[in-house]
Design a binder for this molecule. Structure first.
Ligand SMILES: Cc1cc2nc3c(=O)[nH]c(=O)nc-3n(C[C@H](O)[C@H](O)[C@H](O)COP(=O)(O)OP(=O)(O)OC[C@H]3O[C@@H](n4cnc5c(N)ncnc54)[C@H](O)[C@@H]3O)c2cc1C
Ligand code: FES
Ligand code: FES
Length: 486
């Protein structure tokens, strides 16, 4: 077994003894005594623990990524470069993000400030910021209780995309090799990060008590909140086979190991409904780690990507040592947090057929606040309309309405064969109550969820009825965010 090795602010760190479920945050603060990085919530919600990792695995060249150190397990930084707030000031000179925050007077008590500057640090080196909202999206995972967000936002806008030709930019451009494979063991717990599928399946066979992990934005909460210990974690993060992007005339293939930040970017052009849903998913630090495979395997009733896959008639490709199996997403969710995956199988990728030219598509997320919130209800809808104005196919999918993300089959039956008109949608909307018996919980009552689901159906018609509505991919936006007072 080998140690975990990584570079922290340029210095090599080697660790032989920390349990594999030690969070990076605990390791920085308790073991290395680097207490600049703060702890607030330990569940990805406040951003106080934000640090930057050089991501060499994404589809583009190496990039700095802001991540929540509270949800990163120590072995996950093996072979990687890490920058924390302590490493920003070099040769006595503050980094431009620190300077910008000070000039904008964006700090009072200072507790959130290390996390804020590390989020701004990523923004500083991003080359994909072409719209204003992207800076808000970059910063929405950082809470501040006292300064107020205007000065922080102004500082972030001042440095977004600045790309100084400095030490950090040069490191990113210096052909840093991808992280090597890792076999690590401490305190009776193991952590493997293979780099090939063959090695992965050998490990899965040898360790039947394994648990898969990719970004750990779900699994990390088991560690920090439920205090679970895992005897054997197997990370899929280093598998390039799980990060493919293949656009064909008959469809699109997306690797299950792509981060949601990368997916949001590539699907802006290739699959706008998915990109728009991801716009309202978690926060930048979460999307920099979370993956499509993790979101599906987690099988949460409120997982936001599943309804989009259901509406777009996607298939999950499961892979095991025996080969591949195609599972239509309609058959993937078998029950509450239960999927059709068999032991020894992983989600390798998702296949989307091309969207028919006569399709109208809408995706919607309703949550108590716009940024960084879990859906009360989310929906994705695709309706095809013939030249005669009659609906030929309807795929109406919801999250938050049942034990699994599901289609509203009775509603669909009431739409197909009828004219694409308001009266048709009005007549079909009450059937939501036949399709779903949602639960009451703190995110909304059953009545509220049913009412919202019906209104989203009506809203979908209103949004896509326009004669000027252009089918995908040209449609500029097929998502609306509905804010509901808490
Ligand atoms: C602050 C915060 C905000 C969030 N916001 C949202 C949100 O807005 N919408 C939403 O839907 N979710 C949200 N989530 C949940 C989470 O981020 C997503 O579900 C994410 O996509 C999980 O991906 P991951 O790679 O981190 O999964 P992990 O935590 O690594 O794994 C999750 C589960 O999937 C399994 N798994 C992972 N990859 C694979 C694979 N390729 N094949 C088979 N099994 C696999 C693991 O064994 C584990 O059981 C949020 C979480 C946090 C902490
Ligand atoms: S401590 Fe709050 S996001 Fe990590
Ligand atoms: S400056 Fe006090 S929490 Fe932000």
């Amino acid at each position: 077994m080998e140690p975990v090795r990584f570079w922290l602010n340029g210095a090599l760190v080697e660790e032989h003894d920390a349990s594999p479920t030690t969070t990076l945050l605990d390791y920085l603060r308790r073991t290395l005594r680097q207490t600049g990085t703060k702890e607030g919530c330990a569940e990805g919600d406040c951003g106080a623990c934000t640090v930057a990792v050089l991501d060499t695995e994404g589809p583009s060249s190496a990039r700095w990524r802001s991540v929540n150190a509270c949800l990163v397990l120590l072995p996950m930084v093996h072979g990687r470069h890490l920058v924390t707030v302590e490493g920003l000031r070099r040769d006595g000179v503050y980094h431009p993000v620190q300077d910008a925050l000070a000039r904008a007077m964006g700090s009072q008590c200072g507790y959130c400030t290390p996390g804020v500057v590390m989020s701004m640090f990523e923004a500083c080196y991003r080359d994909d910021l072409d719209e204003d909202w992207q800076v808000d999206d970059q910063m929405c995972g950082n809470l501040c209780r006292c300064t107020g967000y205007r000065p922080i936002r102004e500082a972030a806008q001042a440095i977004a995309g600045l790309a100084p030709d400095d030490h950090f930019a040069r490191l990113a451009a210096s052909q840093v090799p991808p992280a090597p494979a890792l076999s690590y063991e401490a305190h009776g717990q193991r952590f493997f990060a293979p780099r090939s599928l063959e090695a992965l399946f050998d490990i899965l066979d040898a360790h039947p008590d394994h648990r898969l992990v990719t970004g750990a934005t779900d699994l990390g909460l088991d560690v920090t909140k439920r205090r679970k210990r895992f005897p054997c974690l197997v990370s899929l993060e280093n598998l390039s086979d799980l990060r493919i992007i293949e656009a064909r005339t008959d469809g699109l293939t997306l690797g299950a190991g792509l981060t949601l930040a990368d997916l949001e970017l590539v699907t802006r052009r290739l699959l706008p409904p998915l990109s728009r849903m991801l716009r309202y998913f978690g926060a930048r630090q979460i999307k920099n780690r979370a993956t499509l495979g993790g979101n599906l395997a987690n099988a949460s009733p409120i997982g936001d990507t599943a309804p989009v896959l259901l509406a777009l008639d996607a298939s999950v490709i499961a892979r095991s040592r025996q080969g591949e199996r195609v599972i239509p997403v309609d058959a993937f969710f078998e029950g509450y947090r239960k999927t059709a995956l068999r032991p020894g199988e992983i989600i390798a990728r998702v296949d989307f057929p091309s969207t028919p030219t006569d399709a109208r598509v809408g995706v919607y997320k309703v949550s108590k606040r716009r940024e960084l919130d879990i859906s009360a209800v989310c929906a994705a809808m695709r309706v095809r309309v013939g030249d005669d104005g009659v609906i030929t196919e309807a795929r109406i999918a919801y999250g938050g309405m049942a034990a699994t993300p599901s289609r509203a089959h009775r509603v669909e039956a009431l739409l197909v064969g009828r004219p694409f008109e308001a009266v048709t949608f009005e007549a079909a909307a009450p059937a939501i109550a036949d399709d779903f018996q949602p639960i009451d919980d703190h995110r909304g009552s059953a009545w509220y969820r049913r009412t919202v689901a019906q209104n989203l159906l009506r809203g979908f018609f209103e949004e896509t009825r326009s004669a000027r509505f252009r089918p995908l991919p040209e449609a500029p936006s097929s998502t609306v965010q509905v804010e509901v007072a808490s």
